[in-house]
Write a protein that binds this ligand. Sequence first.
Ligand SMILES: [Zn+2]
Length: 520
Amino acid sequence: MAPDLDDVLLLRAEAEAALRLHREDRRDEALSRAMDLAVTHNSSPLALILSGDLNMIAYCQNRRSDAALAGRQAKFAAACYKMSLDVVPGCVETFAAYGEALTALGMYRTAWDAFTRAAAIAHPADPAAHRLGYGRSSGSTKGERVEMAKAKLRRAIDCYANARCEDAVAEVLGAVEHVGAASAVHGPAKLADRFPSSARAQCLPAYVCLELSRGATPAATAKTLRRALAMLDNAAGSFDRSLMVALFRAKLLACLHDYDAAEVECRRALAVDNPDDPAAHDIPLGSVIGEEYDDRVSCLREQFIDVQKKLVLLAAEDWESMNCEKQGEILSVSIDKLHEHYSKIDQIAESTISDALRFSRRHESWRFWICARSSGHCAGKKFLDTASLLDHLCNKHPDELWENLESFLDPKLCENASQDGCSFDEACSEMQDLWLKFTKLSVFDYREAIMPLARMYQWKELKKCIAEDGSIAAWSVDAIFAEVSHAGEENVSAEHGSLDKNGHESGENQVTNKSDNLKT
Ligand SMILES: [Zn+2]
């Protein structure tokens, strides 16, 4: 009954050809080939999963423009995944994908069952066995692939938690747009209470606050923004993998002139591994660009980098406008001040600075040399000049002296020096060069360690200056959020078209409780 090996290889080659077409942006051809393969090989997980995946990508692309077509594609994908799971029931990733397709169809209970079954798999199957796009290029191990599958499952559950309140969010956003933010104040808060496991629902009240602040007086705006920030601080605590929450928060911090905190948030977000799918958290709905998960994540990462760049530009502008006296204040930092600053926030930096301080006060110098044999009794020994280093090497390691030099430096030079054809003078000058290079490698200058710390401190001070300096036109809400709200407007109205078709209200609360259990 086992399938012929040639047939298996042939099928894999055909599936790979379809995937190649997809990557060459010949999407329709790829999709119809993959669907043909799935129909003719309906017991092959490889063919079924490829067809499921390409259908789901098409679904994401079409869901806001052609809900009926997207619905058929999600349905086909779900059927493919289900048939594939009959053959390989131990694949976490296929369960995750199946749950996602069911979520797209609004079949939340069945989706939840799929996620629970996936989470309970004791010995997950290797996804590379029946999925394309694994192995050869990534060079990963089975363990790493299973971890990736588990990360996808976590993302699928997050998408599910957010999809369940998407219609309700669209309704609130519609009210904000048509009736105004002021009349929609209570709706968002209620929604956030009802869907605690949705990052999008938690962001909604802050978003409405932001809308309220537009056109208000500066004082009123600041007050409203601070309220929105407090809401986002809460959301950021529960959803630390959400790039949307982080971006919203970083921008709000920038609006409130806390440039340092804004930058810290950007850096944190850029370092998040396996972030949640931004498309699951975006407000306005559909405002994140990118057809596939990786595209959407890169799109968000670019936005964080943009915020960082804008911050630098703002700082440069502020720097230009400062008088020399103020610039001098920032440029010259006393080491005592640095020490005081780092003693509060960074222990390693603090001890580097205090070592340097002690050394420079005792020896009136920042530089010292170390013995190349940094173990044993030589460890930690500091020589104040090269003469005492040479003395030490001659006395303590006479045999190793030449070897040390050789091992540090170019062995070819040493060979030349010992060759017969070389004159004594040449050998001497080469030895001198060697010694010079050697001392350069053994020197340590405390200032090199302190300089980066000083730069970071100065940058922090400069950011503080920009925040305090009233003369600089700082970021306004409109300047920072304009792009996002613009992109969203069309999408919100597109969302209304699909709103009436799938109002899935029944059994909501039961699922909420379960999903909360799984998340924590
Ligand atoms: Zn030594």
